[in-house]
Design a protein around this ligand. Structure first.
Ligand code: IMP
Ligand code: MG
Length: 189
């Protein structure tokens, strides 16, 4: 309609508490990747009625999109973990919300996690699950910081490897804010 040239698009920063974040992975890119992961899992687990286990709170959005890309029967069981890295080396992980044993024993489990940082949380939780005799355990992670991993975890499906910087959005928070952002943002220095 008008001849006025639109100005060069500026990067839209998001402010959460005291920090600013810049766009890193778009919603469209996340969606495309989840579609691929969903179809790979649909093939791998055909007829196996897997139990998807999202780790709350961070994985809620990823899991909601992922299960919608899964074709076939599956179940869902949520867990919530709290990690206490405060004391350093011990790094205890407490299961705040657990799953009934019947959903684990003899079942094919697909753990769904938002981000693999040190790997401590998943490492501890995988041991907790393995002790309850599932048929198999697979891990699906949206983001991984390869430079931060201290506890190597075998990842069956990965969304994206990212640099070792703090990210928010798409379920991930900074002091409880930012989980509702539909895409992923990185701390802007
Ligand atoms: P890990 O036990 O060190 O692998 O930490 C995993 C948990 O720490 C994730 O489930 C997240 O809740 C949180 N976390 C790690 N890195 C980030 C980040 O960059 N942004 C937000 N949360 C993070
Ligand atoms: Mg988490």
């Amino acid at each position: 309609m008008s001849n006025v040239k639109s100005p060069k698009p500026k990067v839209k920063l998001v402010q959460l508490h005291d920090l600013k974040f810049r766009p890193m992975i778009s919603a469209a890119k996340i969606k495309r990747r989840i579609r691929e992961i969903g179809s790979a899992l649909s093939q791998d687990f055909e007829g196996k009625k897997p139990v998807f286990i999202p780790i709350l709170n961070g994985a809620f959005m990823f899991a909601a999109d992922l299960v919608r890309e899964f074709r076939g029967d599956c179940e869902l069981a949520f867990v919530q973990l709290k990690s206490y890295a405060g004391t350093g080396s011990t790094g205890e992980v407490r299961v705040v919300l657990d799953i009934e044993r019947a959903k684990i024993e003899g079942r094919h489990l697909i753990l769904v996690e938002d981000i693999l940082d040190s790997g401590r949380t998943l490492h501890h939780f995988l041991q907790h699950l393995a002790a309850q005799n599932p048929a198999s355990i697979s891990t699906v992670v949206l983001l991984r910081k390869p430079a931060a991993v201290q506890f190597p975890i075998e990842v069956r499906q990965l969304g994206f490897d990212i640099e070792n910087k703090f990210v928010v959005g798409y379920g991930l928070d900074y002091d409880d804010l930012g989980r509702n952002l539909p895409s992923i943002f990185v701390l802007s220095e």
